[in-house]
Structure formats: C-alpha cells, structure tokens
Write a protein that binds this ligand. Structure first.
Ligand SMILES: NC(=O)c1ccc[n+]([C@@H]2O[C@H](COP(=O)([O-])OP(=O)(O)OC[C@H]3O[C@@H](n4cnc5c(N)ncnc54)[C@H](OP(=O)(O)O)[C@@H]3O)[C@@H](O)[C@H]2O)c1
Length: 339
C-alpha cells in the first residue's frame, strides 16, 4: 500500500512524498479502512510545517491528514465481520493521507447512503467545529445573536447553515466587499466588511450598543481584539484560529491585544477553542454521537459542506496550493481510490 509521508518538517511541496509501505493489519479492536478521499485543510499543512499544536505533531515519519472517508476492508478479531464493506468516516484518527488506515473500530463511523463521498470526507473537522462552538459551547437558542469573523470560511458558512436550521441570528465579518452580498444571501442578517474603516462603529451599532454576548473568531490580530473589546457584560468570545498570520509566518500577527478595562468591567471571557481538546473532553461515545447526528443532518440536507475538488495523488502539490489560496472556491480532496 502507498502513503503520502513526511520525514521532516518543512514546506509541504518539498517534504511530502508518495511511498510504498507494508500492508497494515488491524489489531483485535481495530478496523482497516481503504481510503477513498481525504481533504487538505490549512491545518494539515501547518502540521507538516511543524507549526501546529505541539500535542498534535506526530512522531516522524508520518502521514498527514486529519479526516476522510473510506471503506472497511478488514477487521480485527473482536470486531464483527459484517462491518467489512461499510463506508465510514474516521473520528480523530490522524494520518489519513494513505491508501489504508488502521483505526479503533469505535472511531469508524458509518456514513448514511444519501451522503456523497465528497461531503463525507469533510464531515468532521469543520462541521463539528461549527456545531460544537455554536450549539454546545455558546448554547445558542432561537433569536440569540452570534458575531463571527471570516464568515466566508468553510466554518463560517457552516455556522450560517446551522443558524438557519436552529433559528439564531448572525453578525458576520468578511474582509472583501464582494463577500457581503454572498453572505447575506446565505442568511447572514448583518454583514460588515473589515476593509471599511468604520466597521468597528458599525459593529457597535449592530449590537444595539449593548455589546457582544456570543462571538467566535478565527482571525485574531486587530479583528479578534476588536471583538474582545466590544464584549457585553459576561459576554464570551471563543478564539479558534489566527488567520491574520498567513501560513503562520508572521508571529506578531498572532498577538491579539486585549483592552483590559473593557474586559475587567464587563467580566467577559476570551477563551481558546480547539476541536481536538473538545473531542478528548467529550470522549469517544459522545463525540461519535455528535458526529452521527451531523451525518444525519447532512443526509437530510440541512448541513452541507462546501463544494470540493478532487486531486489525484500525483497532483497533491496543486491541492496544497489550492488549500491556502485566497478566495478559494472549493475544498481540495486527495483521491486515494475510486469506488
Ligand atoms: N480551533 C479549531 O479546532 C479549528 C477547527 C476548524 C478550523 N479552524 C480554523 O478555522 C479557520 C477557518 O478554517 P476553514 O477551513 O473554514 O478555512 P477556509 O475555508 O480555508 O477559509 C479561510 C477563510 O478565511 C478568510 N481569511 C483568510 N485570512 C483572513 C484574514 N487575515 N482576515 C479575515 N479573513 C481571512 C478567507 O477569506 P477570503 O475568501 O477573502 O480569502 C476565507 O474565507 C482556520 O484558521 C482553521 O485553522 C480551527
């Protein structure tokens, strides 16, 4: 079997290569998944560069990849053989950019037939992030308001779909004027462009001068700092990314200055949010229940990951470039097997 492997940290275009490995055998409680598709997320590229969370940096050599869809083609002695042939997504089994992946059987979650391979391949990281932050952390109810940055991102668009289904309302920040109408068309009640110098005042007006009760931010820098400064009494901002620093090359842009008096007087909270910490906190059974419910929403059509574009493994470098291109229109998916 073949796998995309990196033996040292560096630019993905230089350090990732396609190599032959022995066919892996599942242990007693494990399954082997013949991978069909796995997405290239910007965070996968940060792992390759060695710039991701330390606890998520694998021992090298390793395969990158944080999720994907495939078919179970072998099971361990404690796993029912009826699972062979099941189409599954992997619940936090890192290293998916390979033809065969071994994982615990309870982390191989069956995919309803109505879901395409392209959608299933992206079912975990971004949909779970959008769902967990809005429904589990902020516990938004019908009529509540959420402020989000980078509303045009994959997570941002999924949040808009969840808002429509669950009835909460959104104030959205985008960085390009062209995105304003697009995000409004997706149901964003208020859309502000951070290229407009008066966006901070517009944000104050949009919250009725009462401040922000619930917010999520993946931009950090001055954008995140502004959201933190406008928090309402007991308001809460979850910071889940730092897109201000393109490719994480400008550490200064990670800084998100907090205006202390505003934070103190509002007794507000600014907290980091990381899907893998959340999954670990919830444990496999609750995490898999949540993933199954997201798959059900995808099957019934109320939750739809973004359009995807397939890249054969020999075009992996193009997929890496596409994953970080500004204004990209489709999530790049690596193809490991055709059905
Ligand atoms: N903490 C977690 O567990 C977790 C989980 C999932 C995702 N994330 C993070 O969430 C972020 C979004 O991920 P994604 O997969 O949804 O991204 P994505 O689909 O690749 O989209 C990136 C978006 O961010 C916008 N953007 C890029 N740089 C920006 C900047 N400096 N200011 C404002 N907007 C900017 C882009 O706008 P344009 O259209 O103008 O280019 C684009 O809409 C990433 O930082 C990712 O690492 C974190």
């Amino acid at each position: 079997m073949k796998a995309l492997i990196f033996e040292r940290n560096g630019e993905p275009s230089e350090v990732v290569h396609w190599c032959e490995l022995p066919e892996p055998t599942p242990g007693p409680a494990e399954v082997r998944v013949r991978m069909l598709l796995a997405p290239v997320h910007p965070s996968d590229l940060h792992v390759i560069r060695g710039r991701f969370a330390r606890q998520r940096q694998p021992e090298l050599p390793a395969s990158p990849g944080s999720e994907g869809v495939g078919i179970i083609d072998a099971v361990g002695s404690d796993v029912s053989s009826t699972r062979v042939g099941e189409r599954v997504v992997l619940l936090d089994v890192p290293g998916t950019w390979r033809e065969q992946v071994i994982g615990p059987a309870d982390r191989a979650i069956p995919v309803p037939a109505a879901i395409s391979d392209e959608d299933a391949a992206q079912a975990l990281i971004n949909p779970m992030t959008a769902w967990a932050m809005t429904m589990c952390e902020h516990q938004l109810e019908r009529g509540d308001w959420l402020v989000q940055s980078a509303a045009g991102s994959t997570v941002g668009r999924l949040v808009l779909q969840i808002a429509k289904a669950q009835g909460f309302r959104t104030i959205n920040l985008v960085r390009r004027e062209e995105q304003v109408a697009e995000i409004q068309a997706l149901g964003g009640e208020v859309v502000l462009c951070t290229a407009d110098e008066s966006w901070r005042e517009q944000l104050t007006t949009a919250t009725g001068g009462n401040g922000i009760v619930s917010a999520i931010d993946c931009v950090a820098g001055r954008t995140g700092a502004t959201l933190a400064r406008q928090l309402a009494p007991n308001g809460r901002l979850l910071v889940y990314g730092a897109l201000s620093s393109h490719r994480q090359t400008d550490p200064a842009a990670f800084e998100m200055p907090v205006f202390a008096p505003a934070l103190v007087y509002s007794a507000a909270e600014v907290r980091g949010w990381f899907i893998f910490s959340w999954l670990a906190r919830k444990g496999v059974s609750e995490s898999s229940r949540t993933l199954r419910s997201l798959l059900d929403r995808m099957a019934e059509g109320t939750l739809k990951p973004p359009a995807a574009r397939r890249y054969s493994v020999d075009r992996a470098l193009e997929a890496f470039t596409a994953a970080e291109r500004a204004a990209h229109d489709a999530k790049p998916l690596l193809v490991f097997a055709e059905r």
